[in-house]
Every structure is written in structure tokens, then in C-alpha cells.
Design a protein. Structure first.
Length: 281
């Protein structure tokens, strides 16, 4: 600006500039991250809330940045979505997860054949090649389609429900299972829910955090979601379970499955076999 003599305006501009340039850095580094093999898939177990047996794992991407170390998805997934890089990144995560999980399934035959859940951005869902890509990766890895769960957030799903419905039905034809992630944070009405070809609802961390505390009715939402799941014959997974009190409350309200730090943080593939080993009889 020509006549902003004040120091504040200049400071503000420099901040804008440095934010924009670090954003550009992140963007160009992310473009190279895939080729440089800097992305990692971590896995977090999903357990039966009563027996605490492992029934599946959720694949969660991390970026092992050469200077900054491990970067969490909240920092780079939005950039990947804005730039369209989520399409090749999402494909890589799916291929990597199914390749690694196929290995545990053969190396640890006693380990219950856990399913694998992979997060899908709505941008991927709207990509015309998405269903074909999933079919190709399933064929190339030999992974059992019925043991693949695709997680889509409720907000993303409801954004363009007409177009998304077609894709969801095509995915079901492949045999894969569909989950609504962070259910209860979006705008879906119950009548829509009964029309969606989904099998699982995930209760987000925010509805679990208040459970089992001082106030016994702190989070009636989790209770409601479990009831909705039961009425529509959908599986329910409570996410972000951190304490025994939360576990007890989830048993009381009847959530069948749980996931959270109480059992394990997300772990790299090589730790999964080890971790399964400690939990086998
Ligand atoms: P999400 O799908 O809701 O994943 C659950 C998040 O909760 C993960 O964060 C997980 O590490 C964290 N978490 C697990 N247990 C606990 C707990 O007991 N307490 C608390 N407070 N948090 C817990 P993460 O790995 O940082 O991922 C954040 C989000 O990034 C994910 O949320 C998902 O929306 C997105 N994301 C991760 N991987 C991918 C991916 O491959 N593709 C896409 N499109 N999105 C991804
Ligand atoms: Ca998820
Ligand atoms: Ca979630």
C-alpha cells in the first residue's frame, strides 16, 4: 500500500507474507513428499468394547518431513485438498494400507483377520476415476474387499448428496464397507441416513470426551447415536476413548466398538504385529 505510514500495517503485511510463503513451501514440499517417500501410514486398533479384542484398524497418514519430523494430517490434508494433491495421496494411502495389512494377515494368521478403514476425502469421492481406482488397488493387492472400510465425514457426504449416493452404491457393488466419520457433527437428517448405503457410524472424539466425568449426563449425544445405530442396524464405533470411565460409560450405553489412546496410539506397520502379539492369548 502507498500511504500506510503506520508500523502496524507493515508488521501485518510481513506476517501475511511469511504465512503465505511458508504455505507455498509446504505446498511445493508436499508435491515432492510422495516421490521422496516421505509419507507414512500409521494404524490405530478398533476393539470390541466388551472383550477388547482387535476387530480392525484405521489407517492414518503422517508426513515424515526431512527437517520437521512427523507432521500430523490436520496440517497438510487441507493443503492437499486445496491443491488437488489429495487424489494421488489418497490413492497412495489406500495402496500402502492394503499392501501392509495383507502382510499382517498372512504373517499373523491367528490375529482375527482385522479389517482396515481408510479415510476418503469428498474430493476423492467426486473424482470420476475413484471407484475404478479402488477396484484396481483391491485387485493388485489381493485384499478382501469386504475387509475394507472407507470412512467419509458426515459433512462431506451431505454436501453433494445426489452425486455422492451414486458413488457410494458403486463402491458397495465392489463389496467394500462404508462408514460415516464424525457422525453427529454434520447436518444429516435421520430420514437421509436410512437412505445411505452405509454400515458404520463413528462417534467423534468430541462426544466421547465428556463421558464418565462428574456429570453423568454430560454427553447424551453418544447415547443417541448408539440408539440410532441400533434402530438402523448399523455398527457404531466410539472414537477418542481415553479413560476407563469412558469405557464403562460406553458399555453402559451399549456402543459395540471403541477406538482410542486407552488401547493404543496410531502405530507404524512394523509395530502392529508386535502389538497384536502382546494381545494374543
Ligand atoms: P479422524 O478420521 O477423525 O481420525 C481420528 C483422529 O483422532 C486421529 O488423528 C487420531 O490419531 C486421533 N485419536 C485417536 N485416538 C484418540 C484419543 O483417544 N484421543 C484423542 N484426542 N484423539 C485420538 P490424526 O491421525 O491426527 O488425523 C486427523 C484427521 O486427519 C482424521 O480425523 C482424518 O479426518 C484426517 N486424515 C487422516 N489420515 C487421512 C487420510 O489418509 N486421508 C484423508 N483424506 N484424511 C485423513
Ligand atoms: Ca476417520
Ligand atoms: Ca473421526
Amino acid at each position: 500500500a502507498k500511504h500506510d505510514g503506520g508500523g502496524r500495517a507493515i508488521v501485518f503485511r510481513q506476517e501475511m507474507h511469511s504465512t503465505a510463503s511458508s504455505r507455498l513451501d509446504l505446498e511445493s514440499q508436499l508435491r515432492r513428499a510422495l516421490d521422496n517417500r516421505e509419507l507414512r501410514v500409521y494404524y490405530q486398533p478398533v476393539v470390541d468394547i466388551w472383550t477388547e479384542d482387535v476387530v480392525g484398524f484405521e489407517a492414518l497418514v503422517r508426513w515424515d518431513h526431512p527437517e520437521r519430523g512427523l507432521i500430523l494430517p490436520l496440517e497438510f490434508i487441507p493443503v492437499a485438498e486445496e491443491t488437488g494433491m489429495i487424489i494421488p495421496i489418497g490413492e497412495w494411502v489406500l495402496r500402502q494400507a492394503l499392501t501392509q495389512a495383507q502382510r499382517w494377515r498372512t504373517e499373523a494368521p491367528r490375529a482375527l483377520n482385522p479389517w482396515i478403514a481408510v479415510n476418503v476425502s469428498t474430493l476423492q469421492l467426486r473424482d470420476a476415476n475413484f471407484v475404478g481406482m479402488v477396484a484396481d488397488v483391491l485387485m493388485q493387492t489381493g485384499f478382501d474387499p469386504t475387509a475394507l472400510h472407507l470412512e467419509i465425514t458426515e459433512t462431506g457426504l451431505m454436501n453433494d448428496i445426489g452425486a455422492n449416493l451414486k458413488t457410494l452404491h458403486a463402491l458397495r457393488t465392489l463389496g467394500v464397507q462404508l462408514s460415516i466419520d464424525d457422525f453427529g457433527t454434520g447436518q444429516s437428517s435421520l430420514s437421509y441416513l436410512s437412505l445411505l448405503p452405509v454400515q458404520t457410524l463413528k462417534i467423534g472424539c468430541c462426544f466421547i470426551a465428556g463421558l464418565g466425568g462428574e456429570d453423568p449426563h454430560a454427553s447424551p449425544i453418544a447415547d443417541v447415536i448408539v440408539s440410532v445405530g441400533r434402530a438402523l442396524k448399523l455398527t457404531v464405533i466410539a472414537e477418542g476413548v481415553e479413560t476407563m470411565e469412558q469405557l464403562q460409560e460406553l458399555r453402559r450405553i451399549g456402543s459395540p466398538l471403541g477406538q482410542g489412546f486407552l488401547w493404543s496410539q496410531p502405530l507404524p506397520s512394523e509395530k502392529i504385529l508386535e502389538w497384536l502379539g502382546t494381545r494374543l492369548p
